[in-house]
Design a protein around this ligand. Structure first.
Ligand code: RB5
Length: 150
């Protein structure tokens, strides 16, 4: 599985902890920035990671900012992205099983590092359930089509 990962300055420390985890687990990944603690704009990173996933070059995306909110809103503007902001393990599992989330968003200023790492592990190893959930994903896609985003 190839993972696109990125953060703004508010999620920089958490992103680096998650990168360590990805290395330990043997995942292939690319870091889309930022690369220092200097302030950057979270929409730029959310867009870059979202586009990397939707292009098919990467299977999943992980994004971090201070709250996880701004960067998830931004990534979700890329048609085809289903970014889920998760601060607990139940949501992480459900976001994969029910929503087929292809991007995970985390908030460094909200979620502790160890919990965030558990969330990442669960999120990366949980499959989409399909079935009745599949038709709901199709309805999400229909909304995108309605507004001519694809
Ligand atoms: C940056 O200060 C902060 O606004 C950003 O990381 C994020 O929390 C926005 O949603």
């Amino acid at each position: 599985m190839k993972i696109a990962i990125g953060s703004d300055h508010g999620g920089f420390i958490l992103k680096n902890e998650i990168i360590k985890l990805l290395k330990q687990r043997g995942y292939e990944f690319r870091d889309f920035g930022c690369f220092t603690t200097e302030a950057v704009d979270y929409p730029d990173i959310g867009q870059a990671v979202g586009e990397a996933v939707v292009s098919g070059e990467y299977d999943r995306g992980i994004i971090c900012c201070g709250t996880g909110i701004g960067i998830s809103i931004s990534a979700n503007k890329v048609p085809g992205v289903r970014a889920a902001l998760c601060g607990d393990c139940f949501s992480a599992k459900a976001s994969r099983e029910h929503n087929d989330a292809n991007v995970l968003s985390l908030g460094e200023r909200v979620t502790g590092v160890e919990l965030a790492k558990m969330i990442v592990d669960i999120w990366l190893t949980t499959e989409f359930s399909g079935g009745r959930h599949g038709s709901r994903i199709e309805k999400i896609k229909a909304i995108e089509t309605k507004y001519n985003k694809i």
